[in-house]
Design a protein. Structure first.
Length: 323
């Protein structure tokens, strides 16, 4: 094989073909425009044919380039499959694996995920723990854990792979009789204590930032780090909070005692995903994501929509961030 006909050259050619731009391909592959151009020229020389029409704007594939693109995709698929197969073989002798799950989802997901891991890697030393999102993020970055289930984190971290699980909106929860549907507004909310998540938590930051965005300002009665403390305090003082369906549904003992309402303002939400260091665990993170989606759909999302029909289409399993 000619030195120019390398896997890297194929990657660059496919990126140029898909983006129709040398600059965009360079940006996608974290390379330089000059290197992209040199790789394409070397590939064309190796094949003794022109693949790219550089005079077109945006640049276009020649007839030969269009035909070669199918071959390039096939070669890349085979190489990717081979790499994955070799990594799976390495994983069979993996000495240990650490899983961290954000508080509120650990009881729901940990048993099934750890069972799957044990079946796949029976000799592997497995461990799982729960914790705050930021703590789990730090543990993944410092290689103290290998896989993290986390909400709204790492959006722009190229060293990590992300597998989305679900998307959920913000909802309003109150003690019984405190609020009446159809009559909820800023004035009625000001009459009852607002118990909130601490701004030290990612969810607390999301809620506080969004309330400011929609110009809703409420003096808070107190702030907590846990859903249990918030819901217990709401019942004690006759208050209300803004939370998410998952936080409520995964806090046993409270959902029957509280009332759920549609917030009287446009809401945002959050996404929960599985994260791992890119390329280190082959297809294992995606397999765990598939299991997690199935668990969340039947144990949380369907019961949540049954209780709160207005969540239909807003509380959902997702496979892609664009869904």
């Amino acid at each position: 094989m000619s030195p120019s006909l390398s896997f890297r050259a194929l990657e660059i050619f496919v990126a140029v073909a898909e983006t129709r731009s040398m600059a965009a391909a360079a940006n996608r592959l974290k390379s330089s425009v000059s290197n992209v151009s040199q790789q394409i020229s070397g590939l064309e020389a190796s094949l003794d044919t022109q693949l790219i029409d550089r005079t077109a704007r945006p640049i276009a594939l020649t007839i030969a380039g269009t035909r070669f693109l199918a071959h390039a995709h096939g070669i890349m698929d085979h190489v990717t499959s081979a790499r994955s197969d070799m990594m799976e073989m390495q994983l069979s002798t993996l000495p240990s694996l650490r899983l961290a799950i954000v508080d509120g989802l650990d009881l729901l997901l940990a048993p099934d995920l750890m069972t799957e891991l044990h079946q796949r890697h029976p000799t592997c030393d497995l461990a799982a723990w729960s914790g705050k999102t930021e703590q789990n993020q730090r543990s993944l970055q410092e290689r103290e854990v290998d896989i993290v289930v986390s909400a709204d984190s790492y959006e722009h971290h190229d060293a990590l792979e992300r597998h989305p699980l679900l998307r959920e909106p913000l909802i309003l929860v109150s003690a019984p009789g405190v609020l009446k549907d159809g009559e909820i507004n800023q004035e009625s909310l000001l009459k009852a204590p607002y118990v909130r998540f601490s701004d030290e938590l990612p969810l607390g930051k999301i809620i506080t930032t969004h309330l400011r965005r929609v110009r809703m300002d409420f003096p808070n009665f107190c702030a907590f780090h846990s859903s249990r403390s918030i819901f217990a305090t709401i019942l004690k003082v006759g208050g209300w909070t803004i939370t998410t369906p998952i936080c409520l549904l995964d806090t046993p003992g409270f959902i029957e005692q509280l009332e759920m309402h549609i917030p009287p303002f446009p809401t945002t939400g959050r996404t929960v995903s599985i994260w791992a260091r890119r390329g280190e665990l082959a297809g294992l993170p995606e397999r765990l994501a598939e299991i997690s989606r199935e668990i969340l759909l039947h144990s949380t999302i369907e019961p949540g929509i049954e209780r709160m029909p207005w969540l239909e289409g807003r509380l959902k399993v997702i496979h892609d961030l664009d869904e």
